[in-house]
Design a protein around this ligand. Structure first.
Ligand code: TYD
Length: 134
């Protein structure tokens, strides 16, 4: 379920540059957004998407991402390095916990914002997940 992606790192004395290039993830990016100014300890997310694909990055700070497939499998990954991205496909209930001050969550998404693509009720999500894999 969990798919960590490695960014290329270019290091010089003055800076570090982090790059995704080539076939690292298999969708065209339609939207980029980031979430910041979240207090430590806050847990966001609590939803799934019907079709949206995303790559989550934490270029600064540390954020724990927990994914639940609604079929009994739950996994967590701590994004605490700019070198790692996490691919999150559809039909996964996600929570994101802010672990450090000033942590930044950067998201590459496969679609524009579509409110109807969200599932915000956990019981509805469980039904959706079961139907997906029938
Ligand atoms: P949401 O995706 O639920 O945030 P998180 O996953 O961090 O909990 O979005 C929070 C609110 O912002 C929600 O009302 C929808 C709105 N929103 C947009 O209008 N456009 C966007 O691109 C995003 C990501 C959210």
């Amino acid at each position: 379920m969990e798919k960590l992606l490695q960014l290329q790192k270019i290091t010089s004395e003055e800076a570090r540059i982090f790059v995704f290039e080539g076939e690292k993830f298999d969708f065209d990016v339609k939207r980029i957004y980031f979430t910041r100014d979240v207090p430590v300890g806050q847990i966001r997310g609590h939803h799934a998407h019907k079709t949206l694909q995303q790559v989550l990055l934490c270029p600064h700070g540390a954020i724990r991402v927990t994914l639940d497939d609604g079929l009994g499998n739950k996994e967590s990954a701590i994004l605490d390095t700019p070198e790692k991205g996490l691919y999150v496909g559809p039909a996964l209930w996600r929570t994101m916990e802010w672990l450090k001050p000033e942590s930044l969550l950067l998201v590459f998404a496969s679609q524009n914002y579509i409110a109807e693509d969200y599932i915000r009720d956990y019981d509805l999500f469980l039904g959706f997940a079961r139907n997906q894999f029938k």
